[in-house]
Each structure stands twice: as structure tokens, then as C-alpha cells.
Design a protein around this ligand. Structure first.
Ligand code: GDP
Ligand code: GDP
Length: 455
């Protein structure tokens, strides 16, 4: 395969499309029933019917990818919140706090037919404290007559209220233009990393797998570094911990330590927190309770990290409790339930006894190295050339699609663009991914492959 005959602009264009780095995060917050979910559905352009969710039904999906005017970003939707857990004010505030913390910018939705309430004012105080850019959405302005109601929201002191009807779409374009102005090109965390800050770890897993035990174990064995490094003041919930001679930033340790176990809505809290931590992290360490069967919830948490494009380490905790039989079944479960992440480094630990704690850092470093890998274009194409020669795509309808040229569009995680003479079947794409992993490693990282068909 050669680059011959390829217009550099075409290649650049494809790289631009496939090669986005971590996306900035937009949080949509506000009281219940102001129309947050309706707005989010409109922005993501999908009918996910979030609005029809029954109260109390757990939604584990809280972040979505969206695009406006050619720019992509993530939305954290807080619409699934159950208001009656803590009382309305407290729950709205808690929900907003989580979401704001994860976000680079915030859309604050107010029901303009109701006007600003005390709860709204409470959220405004949180927003001021957080100091993140805010776009004020005056929702339910379905017609001209509502504009005056919207204007009265100037009183909130958040600048211009954007009159919007999430239901009908009125005004959403103008509001999204304002959102793009408020949203940085890349998430703040990326800038932090560029300045050489500590690597960021999200320690995640379902309740009771041993997150706080593990955190205490690693924080006790090694020195806990005072939270004084520049740029960390914004995130008092994160903790700097020295492990294996390196300082790491553990994301949202307050959430782990505090262990608020609410009854109703607790799962939703947990999902939101997990998603927020993953967004802020480079590597996710997913803790699994090895003494219990691998659950759907474990899988969802892993999927969250993979979909967010983070490096991944899987730690099987409570190893001290395993007998022969359980060990046997665990291996079978891992093979069947977690085959899709067989590339993730694995450690078998016990937070209680300290077993294999020293293996955690090497596993994290391996995953981060895979995540950051860049393959030079020449080497990649030599490799692709060999594959095309030895394992050509099957002939379909008298034609045989060929990979003509490939390039790595980006890293963290690695993203590839393949130019092909025809559509490449899913099976063949999987084969390419498998071979890429065999050849170049990519241990601990998801990889993305997109294919451009050249007519
Ligand atoms: P959330 O609890 O903030 O997520 O609010 P929802 O999105 O579930 O909306 C609450 C109710 O307000 C639903 O019945 C929506 O159909 C309605 N709603 C949302 N946006 C608008 C709007 O722009 N205009 C009108 N008239 N109703 C809306
Ligand atoms: P979290 O909810 O994920 O933070 O889990 P915790 O750290 O609170 O742990 C839940 C329970 O599991 C506690 O009773 C811990 O003592 C116990 N636990 C945690 N790690 C281990 C371990 O490695 N071995 C054993 N036997 N128990 C553990």
C-alpha cells in the first residue's frame, strides 16, 4: 500500500474527522421538569425517550456525544434524577454539583413560564462558586409571547437568558452557538496534562467491590501527598497519592470515601459519579469483586470506560477469599463475559491483605503506554501491505475491496483511518484490529478504526 495518488487534503480531512481527542464536556442542569431531558434529546438529535423514563428506573447512560456546527462535545444529562430522595433542594443541588464538577461548561435550564425559584437561586450560587462558563437557557418559550418571561431571568445575574423551546426546537440553534463559545476546544484536564501534571486515575466499580478499602490501602502504604500542586485547587475531591515512586491523581476520592449509600436513586448517583470520574481520568482501574459472579453492572462500568476511550486496567479484588472452585469459575466467567476487553491488563489483588498491590502500578503504566502509542505511517503501511497480501478481503459481488493506505489519526486512545477501495466487512475490520494488537501491542487501550471508501 502506498500513499500514491492521495490528496493530502483528503487525508487531512479524514484525520480531522476520525482524530478528535478527548471531547469537552457540557453539563445540563436545573430543577426537575424544566425540560432538561427534552433539551438533551433535541441536542443529541435522537429520540432516546429519556423523558418517558419511569420514576425510579435506573439509567446508567448519562453521557452522550453531540455535535453542533462541526464541533463535537459530550453532554452529561442529569434529567434522570429522582427528586424525592433528599428533598428537592438538596437533591437538585447535589445533582448539579456532580455534573458541574465534571463539566467544562454548563447549560442551566430554567422554566421561564414559572420564573426563577428559590431552588434555581441555590443552583446559581453553586454555579458562581464553580466558576465555569454558564449558558442560561430560558426554556418553554414556545412562542413570541414567552419572550418577556425569558427576559425577566436577567435577574439571575448569569447574563443573557436564551429563550428556547426544547419541545419545538425554537431558539436552540442560537443557544448552541453560545454554548460553543463557552466551551473550550478540549477539556481542561487535557491542558493540565500538557503541562505535565500527575496522571489521572479513576478507581471505579460497583458498590462494595472494595474501592475505599483499596484507596485506603494504597494511601496508607505510601505517602499521601498534600493537595497543593497547581491546578488541583479546583478539584478538592481528587487526591494525590504516591505509588511506586510516582505521584498519581486519584479522581473523586471524596465520592469513594464518603460512601453515601442512599437507597432510592443510589444507582443513578453512582452512575453519574462514575461517568464524571471517567471523563476526568486518563486511565480507569475497574475493581471487580472476584468472590461474586461478574455482573451486568460490572460490564456496564467497563463499557463506560471503553466508550469514553480511556486506558483500562481490571483489578479482581478480594482474592484472599477465593477457593479452588471459585477460581475455576471466575476464569470461565472472565472468558465469556469479558472477552471484549481481553486486552486489558489484569491484576488479582486483595485490598484487605495487600496481596499484589505492587502489581497495580506496572499494570497502569502498561495501559497508559498502550493508550499513547503512535505508529509511524511508514511502519503501519508496511504492516497493512503484508496483511492485504497474505489475507485479502473476501471477494463480494465480483469485487474485492482493498486497503490502499492507512494512517494513525490520533492517540489516547489510538485512532486509525484506513482508506479502502470498497466497503470492508465487520469481520474483516475485527481481523485488522486483532492483527494490529498482535503486531503493536496496544495493551490496555481501546482502539478505533474508521474506514474511508474511495470511489
Ligand atoms: P427534566 O425533568 O428537566 O428533564 O424535564 P423534561 O425534559 O422531562 O420535561 C418536563 C416536561 O416539560 C415534559 O412534559 C416536557 O414535554 C415539557 N417540556 C420540555 N420542554 C418544553 C418546552 O420547550 N415547551 C413546553 N411547552 N414544554 C416543554
Ligand atoms: P466500596 O463500596 O467499593 O468502596 O467497598 P468497600 O471498600 O467499602 O468494601 C466493601 C466490603 O468489602 C467491606 O466490608 C470491606 O472490608 C470488604 N473488602 C474490601 N476489600 C476486600 C478484600 O480484598 N478482601 C476481603 N475479604 N474483603 C474486602
Amino acid at each position: 500500500a502506498a500513499q500514491e495518488g492521495f490528496d493530502p487534503e483528503e487525508v487531512e480531512g479524514a484525520i480531522g474527522e476520525a482524530g478528535h481527542g478527548p471531547l469537552p464536556v457540557l453539563a445540563v442542569v436545573g430543577r426537575p421538569n424544566v425540560g432538561k431531558s427534552t433539551l438533551v434529546n433535541r441536542i443529541i438529535g435522537r429520540r432516546e425517550a429519556v423523558v418517558e423514563d419511569k420514576p425510579g428506573v435506573t439509567r446508567d447512560r448519562v453521557t452522550y456525544e453531540a455535535e453542533w456546527a462541526g464541533r463535537r462535545f459530550k453532554i452529561v444529562d442529569t434529567g434522570g434524577w429522582e427528586q424525592d430522595v433528599l428533598g428537592i433542594d438538596a437533591s437538585v443541588a447535589a445533582q448539579a454539583e456532580y455534573a458541574i464538577e465534571a463539566a467544562d461548561a454548563v447549560v442551566f435550564v430554567v422554566d421561564s413560564t414559572v420564573g426563577a425559584t428559590d431552588t434555581d437561586e441555590a443552583v446559581v450560587r453553586l454555579l458562581r462558586k464553580a466558576g465555569k462558563p454558564v449558558v442560561l437557557c430560558a426554556n418553554k418559550v414556545d412562542g413570541l409571547s414567552g419572550e418577556a418571561d425569558a427576559a425577566s431571568l436577567w435577574s439571575l445575574g448569569l447574563g443573557q437568558p436564551h429563550p428556547v423551546s426544547s419541545l419545538h426546537g425554537r431558539g436552540t440553534g442560537d443557544m448552541l452557538d453560545a454554548v460553543l463559545e463557552a466551551l473550550p476546544e478540549a477539556p481542561a484536564q487535557t491542558f493540565g496534562q500538557a503541562m505535565g501534571g500527575p496522571r489521572r486515575i479513576a478507581l471505579i466499580g460497583r458498590p462494595n467491590v472494595g474501592k475505599s478499602s483499596l484507596l485506603n490501602r494504597v494511601a496508607n502504604e505510601d505517602r499521601v501527598v498534600v493537595n497543593e500542586i497547581a491546578g488541583t485547587t479546583r478539584d478538592p475531591v481528587d487526591e494525590l497519592i504516591e505509588l511506586g515512586g510516582i505521584t498519581w491523581k486519584f479522581i473523586d476520592t471524596a465520592g469513594i470515601r464518603r460512601r453515601v449509600h442512599l437507597q432510592e436513586g443510589a444507582d443513578y448517583y453512582a452512575s453519574l459519579r462514575t461517568a464524571a470520574a471517567v471523563e476526568k481520568a486518563e486511565v480507569a482501574v475497574v475493581l471487580i469483586d472476584a468472590s461474586e459472579s461478574i455482573s451486568v453492572q460490572d460490564q456496564r462500568i467497563i463499557t463506560m470506560a471503553v466508550e469514553a476511550g480511556r486506558a483500562l486496567v481490571i483489578a479482581y479484588n478480594k482474592w484472599d477469599t477465593l477457593d479452588e472452585e471459585r477460581r475455576y469459575y471466575l476464569e470461565r466467567e472472565i472468558e465469556t463475559e469479558l472477552a471484549q476487553v481481553a486486552w486489558a491488563p489484569r491484576v488479582n489483588v486483595s485490598a484487605q491483605t495487600g496481596r499484589h498491590m505492587e502489581k497495580l502500578v506496572p499494570a497502569i503504566e502498561t495501559a497508559l503506554a498502550g493508550w499513547e502509542t503512535r505508529i509511524p505511517t511508514g511502519r503501519l503501511n508496511a504492516f497493512l501491505g503484508e496483511i492485504v497480501a497474505s489475507h485479502p478481503h473476501p471477494v463480494r459481488g465480483g469485487k474485492q475491496p482493498r486497503i490502499l493506505f492507512g494512517t494513525q489519526a490520533g492517540a489516547k486512545p489510538p485512532r486509525f483511518v484506513l482508506f479502502a477501495s470498497g466497503f470492508l466487512e465487520a469481520g474483516y475490520r475485527r481481523f485488522i484490529e486483532r492483527r494490529l494488537r498482535e503486531e503493536f501491542g496496544f495493551e490496555g487501550t481501546p482502539i478505533h478504526i474508521s474506514v474511508r471508501v474511495r470511489e
